[in-house]
Design a protein around this ligand. Structure first.
Ligand SMILES: [Zn+2]
Length: 238
């Protein structure tokens, strides 16, 4: 049998990233947000909180070098062959150092994963997330960016120096450029872009029983941290 992951601990309140007070504040300041950003009325925050706690517990195991690699054997493969019921969707960057199942210590059938360079959102991505929310009924969509993101750096270079870029790559970079104009450091832009992606997905994807949350992954420590404070503190230009 595949090992079951330990029961997740409560969601720590310390997952928020430090607030960059030097970042520009523009537009109206949003109302304070909970650690999750539930959709109105029919949302299911307790289920979403449980999904987030499970992700965080898996990430803690991974970062500590104590992964249990659950749900990766033949029994699990057979168990989910006929039907899937992932407990969360992850919309992340395609970076080779950001495989969701590894960094959250999950296995087959656990996560519905959508990855694009810089976790940029196009119609196919929106459709994929909507499928996860409306058909698979995941309670949580997690947007996952990471420090030193190459796509974000390309947007920063374009803003700073007009670095030439191909037409296809431009489609990726253009989605990040507004955030590259709002902050100077690449990792600050990453956080803005993650928060903006959360807002865009939550506004565009149909379904009322899902929460949307943003996190940033540290390539060196292996740990994720919430990016939601960038939204709460009104640092977002949306
Ligand atoms: Zn990236």
């Amino acid at each position: 049998m595949a090992p079951e992951p330990p029961a997740p601990a409560a969601v720590p309140s310390s997952t928020a990233v430090p607030v960059r007070e030097t970042m520009p504040v523009s537009g109206p300041r949003p109302a304070p947000a909970s650690p999750l950003t539930p959709l109105p009325a029919a949302g299911s925050p307790s289920v979403a909180q449980g999904a987030l706690a499970r992700l965080l517990a898996g990430n803690e195991r991974f970062a500590a070098g104590a992964s249990v690699h659950p749900h990766q054997d033949a029994a699990r493969r057979n168990a989910v062959a006929g039907e899937q019921a992932p407990f969360a969707a992850v919309v992340g960057c395609s970076d080779s150092r950001l495989p969701a199942e590894l960094i959250f210590d999950c296995g087959l059938g656990d996560l519905f994963v959508v990855r694009t360079a810089g976790h940029t959102i196009g119609r196919e991505t929106l459709g994929s997330v909507e499928y996860a929310v409306t058909v698979l009924r995941v309670p949580l969509v997690l947007v996952l960016g990471h420090h030193a993101c190459g796509a974000v750096r390309a947007a920063c270079d374009l803003v700073a120096a007009g670095t030439p870029i191909s037409r296809n790559l431009r489609a990726v970079v253009d989605a990040i450029v507004p955030h590259a104009r709002a902050a100077a450091e690449v990792d600050d832009v990453v956080e803005l872009h993650v928060a903006a992606t959360v807002r865009r997905l939550s506004a565009a994807v149909a379904g009322e029983r899902c929460a949307f949350h943003g996190m940033v992954y540290d390539l060196r420590t292996g740990r994720v941290a919430s990016a939601i404070d960038t939204v709460r503190k009104g640092l977002l230009t949306l």
